[in-house]
Design a protein around this ligand. Structure first.
Ligand SMILES: [Mn+2]
Length: 454
């Protein structure tokens, strides 16, 4: 945990932003894998971690703004836990370390919520992604679990997003620590990418470094020569000379701050066309990074990367016509169908669970419905303290090429014959993590090795 003053300060800021009412944070429970006692690795909810820091299951955090009271509903370690999980710090002590007044038994929560409903006080909760918590809300507040998220408080979401997006010094240190561990992992990847190694063998060496350093993955590692499948989590391929390996991975620290890095590495050396495509993505990423500054819309950072990729792919003969028109039409998305990046923090897609449209968009910028642009997770203006990923890519996706050609999409802009010849190439993606500062943008992952053919 951070010092208790950190959590107190965060809660004070939130109280100020919201003004009145009762804020409820549902911590996560254990989630069963295949039977109740065999659970997934426990992961606390990120907003709960942000405001309370207590990394234990089955807690509810309450901030009663009206009565200036903050406490936790939860149960002390029982005998069962003691024998299966060993001696642990008393929950009561954790509550103190979080700067809270007290711990109340979990079974008192029902009466607490009923009283608030009876008194018609303003009660707010965040969108829920775990069914257990939706069921708890149904039980406590009488809202049908299926429709719980329709009742989430938008003011609460916006206040939490406003706060969590801006990273403090101690948070940036955590993200940097995660990135430094990623650096060691990528060093191992570069050393071990060789003809004949199986993807899963490489994965074992790569992830072993994280485990050796006492951290865990932030999401399932993408390590594949089929980079054209954007979130490919299979590892059954064997690497052959001429393959391009896309590795997109991140770890989270003990306090659950994440890194998110992608490198594309050839087996052996690159062919000319691999170099050409790689360079386009490389330049797109560098231009996007230099565009990403305080006060600039992330949408414009994205469009910068789109323009570089469109122009580059046009020069290689994959597109034809006016570059601006190709960008405007959305035709470029056949090779670059995702957004340039997203916020990074306690969640690898930070705050995504609260709803991207509230977190990454606002009254001034609405999400586009166009394929490709619609996948941009964050579009609004960048501010000091934001940590963002910058991760453009180019892919040759056979199924998409076939479907668009059959549908006669963008025939005026797309050279389908040229694209079809590239099926089997895979993809190229490069991803780094940047910190937006008042006067400059810092690439936190600048020292992580990247392939260069110069
Ligand atoms: Mn990412």
């Amino acid at each position: 945990m951070f010092d208790k003053e950190v959590y107190r300060h965060r809660r004070d800021m939130l109280k100020k932003a919201i003004g009145r009412g009762v804020l409820v944070f549902f911590g996560n429970g254990e989630a069963a894998f295949n039977y109740p006692a065999n659970t997934y690795r426990f992961r606390q909810d990120s907003s709960f971690l942000y405001y309370f820091g207590i990394d234990r299951p089955n807690l509810i955090g309450i901030i009663d703004i009206d009565n200036d009271n903050e406490f936790i509903f939860g149960n002390e370690v029982g005998d069962d836990e003691l024998i299966w999980e060993g001696r642990k710090e008393n929950l009561h002590d954790c509550v103190k370390k979080s700067g809270l007044c007290c711990l109340k038994p979990f079974d008192k929560a029902y009466d607490f919520f009923r009283r608030i409903l009876k008194d018609k006080r303003k009660l707010m909760f965040l969108p829920q992604y775990r069914f257990r918590n939706k069921v708890l809300i149904e039980k406590f507040l009488g809202i049908n679990s299926v429709f719980v998220n329709n009742y989430a408080s938008i003011d609460f979401i916006k206040a939490v997003a406003g706060q969590r997006l801006k990273k403090s010094t101690e948070e940036i240190e955590q993200i940097q620590r995660a990135i430094n561990i990623s650096e060691g992992m990528y060093d191992i990847a570069f050393e071990n990418i060789n003809e004949g190694i199986y993807e899963r063998q490489l994965l074992a060496k790569f992830e072993a470094y994280a485990i050796e350093n006492g951290v865990w993955l932030a999401f399932p590692t993408i390590l594949t020569k089929r980079g054209d499948i954007l979130h490919n989590t299979r590892h059954d391929g064997v690497l052959r000379k001429g393959d391009l390996v896309v590795m997109d991975s991140g770890v989270e620290t003990e306090l659950h701050y994440a890194s998110d890095i992608t490198r594309t590495i050839p087996v052996g050396s690159m062919s000319q066309i691999q170099k050409d495509i790689y360079d386009i993505v490389d330049v797109a990423q560098k231009k996007a990074i230099s565009k990403a500054k305080e006060g600039v819309r992330f949408l414009d950072v994205h469009l910068e990367s789109v323009r570089v990729i469109t122009e580059g792919m046009k020069n290689l003969g994959f597109f034809k016509g006016n570059t601006d028109s190709i960008v405007e039409s959305g035709a470029y998305a056949i090779v670059y169908p995702h957004g340039v990046g997203h916020p990074l923090g306690l969640d690898v897609h930070d705050l995504e669970g609260l709803g991207e449209d509230y977190v990454g968009y606002n009254d001034k910028i609405k999400r586009s419905k166009k394929f490709g642009l619609s996948a941009l997770r964050f579009a609004k203006e960048l501010k000091e303290g934001y940590v963002m990923t910058i991760e453009p890519g180019v892919y040759f996706i056979e199924a998409l090429i076939e479907r668009w050609e059959t549908g006669k999409k963008f025939f005026e802009f797309i050279n389908y014959d040229a694209l079809k010849k590239m099926v089997g190439f895979g993809g190229v993606r490069l991803e780094d993590d940047v910190l937006i500062k008042k006067d400059k943008t810092v690439v936190l992952s600048a020292s992580i090795r990247r392939y260069t053919h110069m």
